[in-house]
Design a binder for this molecule. Structure first.
Ligand code: PEP
Ligand code: MG
Length: 613
């Protein structure tokens, strides 16, 4: 405790856990010069060589780190591989050299310009996950800046006591180098929930808050800090009361998480025999291992966008095949549902930027695949070739019409015929499914169900399109409402249509992992729920404490509600009564939409807000 007033700041919860301790501030300055240096024509070549030399050294450093940590990485080597690729990416490498040559300015200045251009490109990307990849580019550039400035010190080697560390940003490889026994947790100015830094912190179980700009700006080296990775809160110089409160929170959280962890590998089944498949949403092969350790019974959504990002041309069949085979073999015998490419016209990696006025309503997802059959068939070939290596299911995003389903099946049949002609083995019976995330598809779910093997409801988009709420727009975020009766009715309609046709109906939008939604989803009869891995043990625990018949009654009464406010009122009464450990007065946590953990108090605020609206 220090003498100044306590300051409480919220960032983004990146990795759960509560830690309290002295802070070690690792600097907020960027290693770059404010002014540029003009070069003589004769100096240009030397400057380019200096830049290339530094990039070579950064590459060496990254390779060394990769080598050093390969055993503890649990497959996370590919994050470092992606940094290695970015280091040589045209956007940074070629562009910096071109600027040095054209503008005759020093490498730091040129790299800064190239980095700003890259930031601009990334800022136009709609998808939050893909947009956040800009942090990887920044982290790679930061390494180059550091070496250009002649800084080579190892900032972690000197840490000799237990501390919470704060910095402008950490690269994923920095997190790997933090010694768990010394680093209690960390917070940064930059970063988002799906940044690689956050993913690695979660994997290693280091509590972390990212995007806490104000906290990093105001922190005083050595003072006591409370880091609450559950709510994303940082308290600088906490008061005695706050410390007492947080020591108690810490105790409760430990107790609850120890208990919840026991549920990871139990069957997701209610005491009266209702079984639901609980699976994980992942973006990278490496996350599959984590998913299984959290108790996933399969991968319900593998977003395939990642491998199309950050490269100057589309990935070829061989690369995609490798990725899909790896994930299938890693997860076998569990099923892996791989979704075909879901990016929009404005986020194409190569050429064709589109520049659409309404990208969410534009050429995205399946529309893009059907517009570019060569690209689509390459992905389908890779998927089918991989299908013999495990339990693959193929899923198509943003289906809005029967025509699209038939077109997709047409391409699939073509690719199957090609492979058969080439005597390349594949699973002819590979299940195919569609995401139901467009209201039009909900209306015709009964006919669509006759053409596919499964449905997966994508509530992130379904809510956006049903309520006309841009899912990324803060101004309307409060209206983005899973409990809107329209959304609930749509879910019911899809489940009924699917079951009528005898196919499985799952859900892979964030709502599937939202603990406050779980009893309603159970009552509606969803067969499978796919969510962020961390949510799995929490959801399993709740399922095992649910009674199917009660959940059905809840769902029935929910449909008598005219507004989300009424639904909240009903749940506000139901949840604490049926799930006291999660929603009762004891301050135990719950999971919400963003994948972050929230306290009951936060939930209550959400409910109060809903009441006001
Ligand atoms: C969804 O829309 O609910 C979904 C799971 O897909 P994404 O978030 O990738 O659009
Ligand atoms: Mg979607």
């Amino acid at each position: 405790m220090s003498s100044r007033e306590s300051i409480s700041i919220f960032g983004v919860s990146a990795s759960p856990g509560i830690v309290i301790g002295p802070v070690l501030f690792l600097g907020r300055r960027r290693f770059r010069r404010p002014d540029h240096r003009c070069l003589d024509v004769s100096e240009v070549g030397v400057e380019v060589e200096r830049f290339q030399g530094v990039v070579d050294r950064v590459e060496e450093q990254l390779r060394e780190i990769r080598q050093q940590f390969i055993s503890s990485l649990d497959g996370y080597a590919s994050i470092i591989d992606s940094h290695l690729l970015m280091l040589r990416d045209r956007m940074l490498y070629d562009r910096t050299i071109a600027i040095i040559e054209q503008e005759k300015k020093d490498a730091e200045w040129a790299l800064d310009i190239a980095l700003n251009e890259a930031r601009e490109i990334f800022s136009q990307i709609d998808d939050p996950y893909l947009r956040e990849r800009v942090h990887d580019v920044e982290q790679v550039a930061e390494r180059v800046f550091r070496l250009l400035a002649g800084r080579t010190e190892d900032k972690f080697a000197a840490i000799d006591k237990k501390v919470i560390i704060a910095a402008r940003d950490f690269a994923p490889e920095d997190i790997l180098r933090m010694r768990n026994d010394q680093v209690l947790g960390f917070f940064t100015e930059k970063g988002g929930e799906t940044s690689h830094t956050a993913i690695v912190a979660r994997t290693l179980g280091i509590p972390a808050v990212v995007g806490a700009e104000e906290a990093v700006r105001q922190v005083v080296d050595g003072e006591t800090v409370v880091l609450d990775g559950i709510s994303g809160r940082i308290i600088l110089s906490p008061s005695r009361e706050q410390l007492d409160q947080y020591y108690e929170h810490q105790r409760q959280y430990r107790q609850y998480s120890e208990q919840v962890a026991l549920y990871a590998h139990l069957s997701p089944e209610t005491p009266d025999g209702l079984k639901v498949r609980v699976e994980a949403n992942i973006e990278m092969v490496e996350e599959a291992i984590q998913a299984i350790s959290y108790g996933a019974g399969g991968i319900g959504l593998f977003r395939s966008e990642y491998h199309y990002l950050g490269r100057s041309k589309l990935p070829d069949e061989g690369l995609l095949f490798e990725v899909y085979r790896n994930i299938l073999t890693a997860i076998s015998p569990f099923a892996v549902t791989i979704r075909t490419l879901d990016i929009g016209g404005d986020k194409l990696p190569a050429g064709d930027k589109g520049g659409e006025a309404n990208p969410a309503l534009g050429l995205r997802a399946i529309r893009l695949s059907l517009r570019d059959p060569l690209m689509f068939k390459t992905q389908l070939r890779a998927l089918l070739r991989a299908s013999v290596y495990g339990n693959l299911r193929i899923m198509f995003p943003m289906i809005a019409s029967m025509g699209e389903v038939l077109a997709v099946k047409g391409y699939l049949a073509e690719v199957m015929a090609e492979l058969a002609g080439q005597k390349i083995p594949f699973n002819e019976q590979v299940p195919i499914g569609i995401m139901i995330e467009v209201p039009g598809a909900v209306s015709i779910a009964d006919v669509l169900a006759k053409e596919v093997d499964f449905f997966s409801i994508g509530t992130n988009d379904l809510i956006q399109y049903a309520l006309a709420i841009d899912r990324g727009n803060e101004n309307v975020a409060h209206m983005y409402e899973p409990f809107h009766p329209a959304v609930l009715r749509m879910i019911r309609q899809v489940v009924e249509a699917g079951h009528e046709a005898g196919i499985e109906v799952g859900m892979c939008g964030e709502m599937a992992g939202d603990m406050s939604c779980l009893p309603v989803l159970l009552g509606l009869g969803l067969d499978q729920l796919s969510m962020n891995s961390m949510a799995i043990p929490y959801v399993k625990r709740m399922i095992r404490h649910s009674i199917a018949e009660e959940a059905e009654q809840l769902a029935a009464s929910i449909f008598r509600c005219a507004s989300s406010r009424e639904v909240y009122d009903l749940l506000g009464e139901y949840l604490p009564r049926h799930y006291p450990d999660e929603f009762g007065p004891g301050g135990i946590r719950t999971l919400r939409k963003s994948g972050g953990l929230r306290t009951v108090a936060d939930n209550k605020q959400g409910m109060d807000r809903a009441r006001i609206l």
